[in-house]
Design a protein around this ligand. Structure first.
Ligand code: HEC
Length: 108
């Protein structure tokens, strides 16, 4: 029984870490990384800043990335972010979920 529990927790841990790497992969592949640094504000707000704004509202973050909600983090610079939504709008629900999980995981 103990072995079974150990095995189960390993499987769960591995799938959690895989989910975040998958989201990170999408983040890199879509070129988001060019503007968004995980910790430092550059042309774009740091990921952890975005994560802090959306930490209690994952659905709102998905809505923003689908182009269906107004920006909350830095509306004055939204013109730079707006074209990127053409990419995120077309992600599958599963990909969007992974991407959002990755963004939220950067919160400190
Ligand atoms: C050309 C630079 C640039 C690229 C590339 C870029 N962003 Fe942004 N992003 C910005 C800027 C500037 C802001 C601040 C404006 C704002 O808050 O909407 C921002 C804001 C955001 C926000 C916060 C939205 C809010 O509520 O204010 C999210 C989430 C985000 N970006 C996700 C992404 C994702 C995911 C990608 C890749 C598909 C991406 N960004 C690519 C520049 C960029």
């Amino acid at each position: 029984m103990r072995v079974l529990y150990t095995l189960l927790s390993i499987i769960i841990l591995v799938s959690i870490s895989m989910a975040s790497t998958e989201g990170e992969k999408i983040f890199k592949e879509k070129g988001c990384i060019a503007c968004h640094h995980p910790e430092i504000d550059t042309v774009a707000p740091a990921l952890k800043k975005i994560a802090n704004v959306y930490k209690h509202d994952k659905e709102a973050l998905k809505k923003f990335l689908k182009g269906k909600a107004e920006p909350k983090v830095d509306p004055a610079r939204f013109s730079l972010m707006k074209p990127q939504l053409n990419d995120t709008k077309h992600l599958s629900d599963k990909e969007l979920e992974k991407l959002v999980e990755f963004i939220l995981s950067t919160q400190k």
